[in-house]
Every structure is written in C-alpha cells, then in structure tokens.
Design a protein around this ligand. Structure first.
Ligand SMILES: Cc1cc2nc3c(=O)[nH]c(=O)nc-3n(C[C@H](O)[C@H](O)[C@H](O)COP(=O)(O)OP(=O)(O)OC[C@H]3O[C@@H](n4cnc5c(N)ncnc54)[C@H](O)[C@@H]3O)c2cc1C
Length: 398
C-alpha cells in the first residue's frame, strides 16, 4: 500500500489544490493524485476571474461572496512566499445597448433589475450612465446605453494560484503525486477507503473527487451517478499592448449564456487585460463532449464582439487561441460535500465557468465536513445525490 492518509484528493486543478491547502492546514494528512501535470484540466484554460457580478441571488452567489473574502485572506496568507498569484481587485463592468440597433432601454431596465436583486443579496453594485462607463473605461465604444460596476470582482492567474496553494499545502505536510492516475476505488463493506493507481493502492479515510470535467467518470468508479459534463470554451489572446482595458468588461447577454443549458454554440463578449499586457477575449460555451477541434465560427464571433466593445482592438493582432472544458452541472450549481450514497466519497466539482472563483469556499466547506465542523454555508443546494437517488453497485474493490 503506497501510504495511508486522512484524505486523497483526486485532481490537481485549482479546486483540488484549494482542498489540499484547506485540509492540510487543519492538520489532516493529505495526498493529491493527478494523472497529468499541474493545471492539465480546465484550470489551465481559465481567465482567472473571481466574479460576483455574473451571479443572481441564490446559493452560488453566497458561495461566490464567501469565496471573494477567502481569496483575499488566502492571498495575504500565501504572501509572496510561493510566487505572485497576480491577484488584482480591479472590478467588473457589465455593459448593455452596445452598437447600433441594440435595444438600450430594455437592456438598462434589465440591468436595473439585476442590480436591485444583487444589492439586496449583499453585492456592491453601481449603475452607470454612458459617461460613467467611459470614465471607468476610456477606450470603450461610445455607442452603449449604460452599465453596472462591481468593485468586488477580481482576477488572478489560475496556474500560479494553483501552484502556490499546492506548495503551501506541502508546507503543511501534504504530498503531491503527479502522473498518477486513479483507476479504481478501494472499498470495504460499501465504504470508499482509498484508491487504486498505476503505482499501487493508496488508503485513505476519505477520497475527494476534484476531477473537474472528469468528475462523473471518477464518481462512476465508486458507483455514484454524477452527471457532470464538459462544456467547451475558447479564449482568444492578443499580443501584449499598452494598458487599454482596465476592468473585466462584458456584455449583459453573458449572464443569459452562463445560465443557459443549451448544447449549441453560445457566445457573448468578454474582454479583459492581464498584467502581462495581453488581452483575453471570450467567451463561448458548447456541450460537445471532449471535442478538441477548432471552431472558427466561435472565434470569429468573439473577435467581432470584442472589436465592437473596444474599437481599438481592430488594430491589435491575435496571438493564440486555446480551449478548455468547464465542468458543467445540469442545474448550474456545483457538487460539494459527502456523498450520502457512498460513505468515504466527498465531491468538489461541477463549478462550470466559476471554479477558480469558487475554489476557496468549496475547499473550506470540504475541510469543515472532513473535520466534523459545522459548515459555514448550507450544503443542501450542492448535495451530490440531488440528481439521482440510485446507486449502482460497484465491486468490493473496483
Ligand atoms: C475558457 C475558460 C475560461 C474560464 N474562465 C474562468 C474564470 O475566469 N473564472 C473562473 O472562476 N472559472 C473560469 N473557468 C472555469 C474554471 O476553469 C473551472 O471551473 C475550474 O478550473 C475547475 O477546476 P477543477 O480543479 O475542478 O478542474 P480541472 O482544472 O479540470 O482539474 C481536474 C484535474 O483532475 C485530473 N484528473 C481527472 N481524472 C483523474 C484521475 N482519474 N486520476 C487523477 N487525476 C485526474 C485532471 O487531469 C485535471 O488536472 C473557465 C473555463 C474555461 C474552459
């Protein structure tokens, strides 16, 4: 047996790294098992936005607000000991009525309603007229109806944050084993008591499923039905330019795309700068399984939308395009907590396009569950068994 731990975390994306950090600093013995290298999954594709602006009142917004505070605390705790995670509290800007022909009045009415609801739920939000928007973003098109400003929205560099969390977890005694694929679960009288890997079995009190878009497959090894699916997204990256975009800026239809479960191509305009000077342009969403082929139409629409929002981008060259697979959950809520069907199995996945933002709160709740503390947020909305009450029987040692 290759060791025995309180917790095996499967997956070294941002959620697995955050779980390892939150558990190890509470004194649990932790090993992270990752079949590839660091940030081999969606985390390596994420823009790194930590948003409250794109969530309506409900459990996900509560998780986001909680995470927002934790990211600030964790960034201070990590300091610069593990490298700069590039946390920028730069704020977000949602705009409406962009371009000729857009229905600005309807867009503004929608934004007002969103702001009213979010504000009642604790989000800081400010309604801006076109002059107010241009004061915050001088290079934005003058052809818009108005916008909302969200001072709590932040951004960080996901790969650096993941590496920093894993390094800090190691300092608290955690082990990280890369190129170690989990291929089965160890079972004892129905309880998950560890995992099988190519390098031998690893015993553990609990197995945390942080396998991102592959979480359904991993849960299946334990006989748990978890309908998490990959939702593909492309990002267009420009050459580095002098500061042009100050905030995370996106069009209001992004909110509808995030909330939709439509399998077809959905695009909305999302633009933001990075400390390196590149500009990241998104966003697309498609349920096409793990299809890694290029989609020229998706990229064309993103580029057009970005130029409509920031006309100066027409003269900026695109440097590369990449894609990733968001872990999509059918009801748009993550899957967090112990599996009531399978003792020993704990879930931490299904965050779709918000896993970087929601990682700290998820990890905090997982650590609270594993140490027997009362969770700071209700876990019922994230119940792993909410999609199905059926448990397929897995072999005693699958
Ligand atoms: C284009 C794009 C932009 C995005 N932008 C943002 C953003 O701005 N803000 C935000 O919050 N979110 C964003 N997201 C979403 C975010 O990237 C994800 O929600 C988040 O990264 C999920 O992290 P994770 O750790 O759960 O999964 P992943 O990062 O996918 O990690 C899962 C890991 O598990 C490993 N694994 C799987 N199966 C096994 C196994 N059997 N054994 C061992 N290891 C295994 C995989 O190799 C992988 O490394 C974006 C996503 C995309 C695609």
């Amino acid at each position: 047996m290759a060791g025995s731990f309180d917790v095996v975390v499967v997956g070294a994306g941002i959620v697995g790294a955050a779980c390892a950090y939150a558990c190890a600093r509470r004194g649990l013995t932790v090993v992270v098992l990752e079949r590839a290298g660091l940030v081999a999954g969606a985390t390596g594709s994420g823009e790194g936005n930590l948003l409250v602006s794109d969530k309506l009142p409900g459990p996900e917004l509560e998780l986001a607000l909680f995470s927002n505070g934790l990211w600030r605390r964790w960034a201070a705790e990590l300091g610069d000991r593990y490298g700069d995670i590039e946390l920028e509290a730069k704020g977000g800007l949602v705009v409406t009525g962009v371009g000729p022909g857009a229905d600005g009045a309807a867009g503004l009415a929608g934004l007002r309603e969103t702001a009213r609801a979010q504000s009642a739920a604790g989000v800081l939000v400010e309604l801006l007229d076109p002059a107010g928007v241009r004061e915050r973003e001088p290079a934005i098109t003058p052809e818009l109806a108005g916008g909302l400003y969200y001072p709590q929205d932040m951004q960080l560099m996901p790969a650096k944050a993941t590496a920093a969390l894993l390094a800090a977890a190691r300092d608290h005694g955690a082990e990280v084993r890369l190129r170690t694929e989990v291929t089965g679960m160890l079972r004892d009288d129905g309880r998950v008591v560890g995992v099988r890997t190519g390098a031998g079995p690893v015993a553990a009190g609990h197995v945390v499923n942080a396998a991102g878009a592959w979480a359904g497959k991993l849960a299946g090894l334990a006989g748990a039905d978890t309908p998490v699916a990959p939702r593909r997204g492309f990002i267009l990256v420009t050459e580095p330019v002098p500061p042009l975009v100050r905030h995370k800026v996106y069009s209001a239809d992004y909110l509808a795309n995030v909330a939709s479960g439509d399998a077809g191509l959905q695009t909305s305009t999302v633009v933001e700068g990075t400390p390196a000077g590149t500009i990241l342009i998104g966003a697309t969403r498609e349920l096409v399984d793990f299809d890694r082929r290029h989609n020229a139409e998706a990229v064309r629409r993103m580029a057009q939308g970005a130029v409509r929002l920031f006309p100066a981008l027409a003269a900026v060259r695109a440097m590369r395009v990449y894609h990733g697979f968001r872990p999509f959950s059918p009801d748009h809520l993550p899957v967090i907590g112990t599996d009531p069907r399978i003792p020993g199995l704990v879930h931490a996945h299904g965050h779709e396009g918000a896993g970087i933002g929601l990682a700290p709160a998820t990890a905090h709740l997982v650590a609270q569950v594993l140490t027997g503390e009362r969770p700071d947020l209700p876990l019922e909305p994230f119940d792993p068994a909410r999609f199905s009450s059926e448990v397929e029987t897995a072999g005693a040692a699958a």
